[in-house]
Design a protein around this ligand. Sequence first.
Ligand code: PMP
Length: 429
Amino acid sequence: SSNRQSSDALYQDALTHIVGGVNSPSRSFKAVGGGAPVYMERGEGAYFYDVDGNRYIDYLAAYGPIITGHAHPHIHEALVNASLKGLLYGTPHRLEVEFAKKLKQAIPSMDKVRFTNSGTEAVMTTVRVARAYTGRELVVKFSGCYHGHSDLMLIAAGSGPATLGSPDSAGVTKATAKEVITVPFNDIDAYREMMKEWGDQIACVLVEPIVGNFGIVEPKPGFLQAVNDITHEHGALVIYDEVITAFRFTYGSAQQVYGIEPDMTALGKVIGGGLPIGAYGGKAEIMETVAPLGPAYQAGTMAGNPASMATGIACLEVLEQPGVYEKLDALGAKLEAGIREAAEKHDVTITINRLKGALTVYFTDEIVTDYEGAEKSDGEKFGRFFKLMLENGVNLAPSKYEAWFLTTEHTEQDIEETIEAVHRSFAQL
Ligand code: PMP
């Protein structure tokens, strides 16, 4: 693009040194019609400044973690203080105890927790623990949900609604695919039928209690409770993947929003305040399956490192202030209303799913309650919208399935500017 020469040059350089030019495929512009991604120089509050000096209002929030905005002073201070005492010990230390207590207080279903370095590791380990605890091997997930890039979690649905899966990535074995069953989200009949057939072999079901990976999709009333009840009837465990949802919609987790207790919970993203992190926890009896107490192994050189603990604690300290989630909700409502008005004015067909400070704009006129619905969003149109928004100073995720995330640092003025950018973009669509 004409005003992004430095970005374009960096991308050309990156292509020769980094595979695909990016360190995570979601950062490439492949899904929005190609082209060079934007290279950011600096983040500050709700804003990004790119290497060519352009400013963007940011709704990517690094795919969720940056809920307190970029370079938040309280988190910055915590990181500086931690770094002065040494970045990595390989021994136990005070902050991991403090943070474990703080997390447990916020998410009471976790009697015991263990820190990891990423959401992928956290989820991967919950499955291992569930298998160790139940002595069973099959795993259930809902289609379109993402649970990290471990082999087992890269299995797509098979041909029927409740059949064994097929690898969703080259390099994942057919044998692994036979260990995972995929069913549609929000379809309790399909879930019940599947459990009737496979229930006694199933170790666990992985649930995004509020889906964040084909846009924001809430569970239908009764769905989560039914999943819990049916799963437990068959002696399997319920694992909530709250890597996106924890501390996003309330101080605590989605399980508390719906009043449902899973057996285990996986965490990541927001709880690190921007540094690498993951965590998993659950009922004491289940967690005691983990080494050094039990036979299920999990470890990590960087796990529970002082810097991630310090920024995680600092982030939660910001989020536990009164009014944070009310503010995110109010900003989200204002943004949603503005986008709807712009769509009407410019005759653009959209569906918006919003929960508090997170929303998804689907380019379809159908309501979206599952992956099949989300897939109907017009990807080509989204791609053009995404690029127009960039030209108009708004940074979104380059994927039609991704949410827009508000932060505590967005202001009403930012929302108004964003809505103006939406008007200009819709006018050119
Ligand atoms: N679970 C969910 C629900 C996620 O959204 C993600 C990341 N997008 C992960 C797990 C994996 O987390 P990480 O990228 O930290 O490995």
